[in-house]
Design a protein around this ligand. Structure first.
Ligand SMILES: Nc1ncnc2c1ncn2[C@@H]1O[C@H](COP(=O)(O)OP(=O)(O)OP(=O)(O)O)[C@@H](O)[C@H]1O
Ligand SMILES: [Mg+2]
Length: 353
């Protein structure tokens, strides 16, 4: 049996996707495989379309036998599911000096007793007691990392922490870097991959290409919807973290259009615009700089939008004069944004191309 821990304190780098994809790959090849969800977000359940459950808490915290809490999801494939109660495990590890070592020993012992060939641990994006426990339990630490400058700077921190933990324990301290979101087309990720290999040599695994089929945010249904559409409208919040995804979607639209008859026309619809603070203004300016006329007028943040459904009404019925519909008046007295204005634009599209 071998245990692999997938660790990176950066979020969204492909940890869970790698655990689920590689784990189900092991299972398909006939190896008994256990996926352990040590992330309170319970994303393994989400990706495999099963219910989140307090599996990790029941096993570690309530000390129920592993056998009783694992769920079989495919032939040869079992999951120890997690949910937000996994936080309690972390709490106990903070308090008890030997908590991490106990986690590691019990996991190895009980997985061996269940005759597992491979155990893959998915972890939350942080570097604390649970990650250390996972390191202690593992034969190999795999560090999925995006090939962006901002993501690579965390890698040294993890490798240092692995070496440090290995020095004080029996863990072998072997690790591999798994480059994810590799982009065949642009130079950026190539360049970063070269740097990574320069620094870590053979410890760098072959890169996983960026691929819309891996992203549940763009699954087959979304692709089908794109193919069916004359226009794709991309509602996006005006927050830094949300804008990140926009490039990914527009790229995938362009890519899908290139290989099909779909026209590949898209508009961005900025939502949750806040008249008062500077933040969303700034983001809107950036969006317009990047996408020009493809950015629709912004929809103001407005509680009426949240209230209407509870009253069983559309906003047109509930509060037709509200800001979300009518837009807001800017300094020079001009009305900006709102669903009413956008509706006009879309109605214009109905007539011709
Ligand atoms: N190679 C890839 N190409 C395209 N999309 C990917 C790829 N790998 C992962 N994704 C998508 O990116 C998002 C983040 O991936 P994932 O959830 O695996 O990251 P994570 O590191 O586990 O995140 P967290 O730190 O929040 O746990 C998901 O929507 C996933 O489907
Ligand atoms: Mg994850």
């Amino acid at each position: 049996m071998k245990v692999f821990a997938f660790i990176n304190q950066k979020g969204g780098v492909g940890k869970t996707t790698s655990v689920v994809t590689l784990g189900s790959g092991f299972a398909l090849k006939g190896y008994s495989t256990l996926l352990v969800d040590c992330d309170p977000q319970g994303h393994i359940a989400t990706q495999l379309n099963i219910s989140k459950a307090p599996g990790v808490r029941r096993w570690y915290y309530d000390e129920e036998p592993l056998e009783q809490v694992v769920v079989q999801v495919r032939e040869n494939l079992w999951v120890l599911p997690g949910d937000k109660t996994t936080d309690r495990v972390l709490g106990r590890m903070r308090e008890e000096q030997w908590g991490a070592a106990e986690f590691a020993d019990r996991l190895r012992e009980e997985s061996t007793a269940l005759e597992m060939d491979a155990v893959l641990l998915d972890l939350a994006p942080s570097l604390n007691h649970l990650q250390i426990a996972a390191m202690l339990a593992s034969d190999y630490v795999i560090i999925p990392t995006r090939l962006r400058y901002t993501d690579l700077d965390g890698v040294n921190e993890i490798t240092r922490s692995i070496t440090e933990t290995a020095r004080r324990s029996r863990m072998p301290g072997r690790y591999y870097l798994l480059p994810t979101f590799f982009d065949r087309v642009t130079k950026e990720t190539h360049q970063r991959l070269v740097e990574l290999v320069d620094a870590f040599g053979k410890q760098v695994l072959p890169p996983i290409p960026q691929d819309v089929r891996l992203a549940p945010s763009l699954n087959h249904l979304q692709i089908a919807a794109m193919l069916a559409s004359d226009y794709v409208i991309i509602p996006t919040r005006l927050r830094y973290t949300d804008l990140d995804g926009v490039n990914e979607i527009t790229r995938s639209i362009t890519e899908t259009a290139r290989r099909s008859r779909m026209p590949g026309r898209y508009y961005l619809l900025p939502t949750f615009f806040d008249r008062v603070t500077k933040e969303t203004h700034q983001r809107l300016v950036e969006l317009v700089d990047a996408f020009g006329k493809q950015v629709l007028p912004p929809i103001p943040q407005d509680v009426r939008l949240a209230e209407a459904p509870g009253r069983g009404m559309t906003v047109w019925e509930y509060a037709p004069q509200c800001q979300a519909i009518q837009g807001y008046i800017n300094g020079s007295g001009k009305t900006i944004g709102g669903y009413a204005a956008i509706l006009e634009e879309l109605i214009a599209l109905l007539g011709g191309v």
